[in-house]
Design a protein around this ligand. Structure first.
Ligand SMILES: C[S@@+](CC[C@H](N)C(=O)[O-])C[C@H]1O[C@@H](n2cnc3c(N)ncnc32)[C@H](O)[C@@H]1O
Length: 213
């Protein structure tokens, strides 16, 4: 969104992020993360890992963890959180649209609250599918466009100011439709609500998609 925005608001947003989502995490997000990530196995990549909200929630079946994150401010906090939690993980500076990994090299890919923000969700999903092995799974927890016409209209109206305030987050993306249009097949989706957030970012989906064998 521009160097000045990134150096000022982007940096401040990162500093405020964990404090801003604390009550949402405690009111249910952390449990939804845990339940969704319970299906992760083998070599796993967390895309747009942010400040490490998923750390400590991956099950024992995960044998190797890679955390990919392009934002330098987030990366700094992510590295500190990895050390603090004591999780063994490789931290990589990379956007979801261009991952420095071989084809078919992961068993699980994870997006939590990221497909709302990536500049190109179609390319990000294609890239996740590229690095997944056949039969590999994508696990996701994402806030999305509302299925209620009235709320979706408000999401469209407020999309620009929200995007500016929330560091590039689009509140009106139909992420399930984008996953369905990707090389992945959606296996299951639960539609629920993100607690303790403004109404335009409340509609939430969590689920899994698989890359055909
Ligand atoms: C709302 S935060 C979510 C962070 C974390 N996944 C979580 O669950 O708390 C959105 C994240 O997406 C990251 N992001 C922005 N553009 C991205 C891109 N092109 N590829 C991957 N991540 C990106 C941001 O830097 C930020 O860390």
């Amino acid at each position: 969104m521009g160097a000045l925005y990134d150096a000022t608001w982007g940096r401040a947003f990162t500093a405020l992020y964990d404090r801003g989502v604390k009550s949402t995490e405690e009111a249910g997000l952390r449990e939804m993360r845990r339940e969704t990530l319970a299906a992760a196995t083998g070599r796993t990549i967390d895309l747009g890992a942010g400040t490490g909200g998923n750390l400590g929630l991956f099950p024992e079946e995960v044998t190797e963890l890679v955390l990919a994150e392009p934002d330098p401010h987030m990366l700094r906090r992510l590295r500190a959180k990895v050390d603090e939690v004591g999780t063994k993980a490789e931290v990589v500076a990379a956007p979801a649209e261009a991952l420095p990994f071989d084809d078919s090299s992961f068993d699980t890919a994870v997006f939590t609250l990221v497909l709302c923000t990536v500049p190109d969700p179609v390319a990000s999903l294609a890239e996740a599918a590229r690095v997944l092995r056949p039969g590999g799974r994508l696990l996701f927890v994402e806030h999305v466009r509302s299925e209620e016409a009235g709320r979706a209209r408000w999401q469209d109206r407020l999309e620009r100011p929200w995007r500016f305030l929330a560091d590039g987050c689009h509140c009106n993306r139909d992420t399930v439709a984008t996953i369905e249009a990707s090389p992945l097949t959606v296996e299951g989706v639960e539609r629920t609500q993100l607690p303790k957030v403004p109404p335009i970012v409340r509609p939430l989906v969590r689920g899994r998609a698989v890359l055909a064998s």
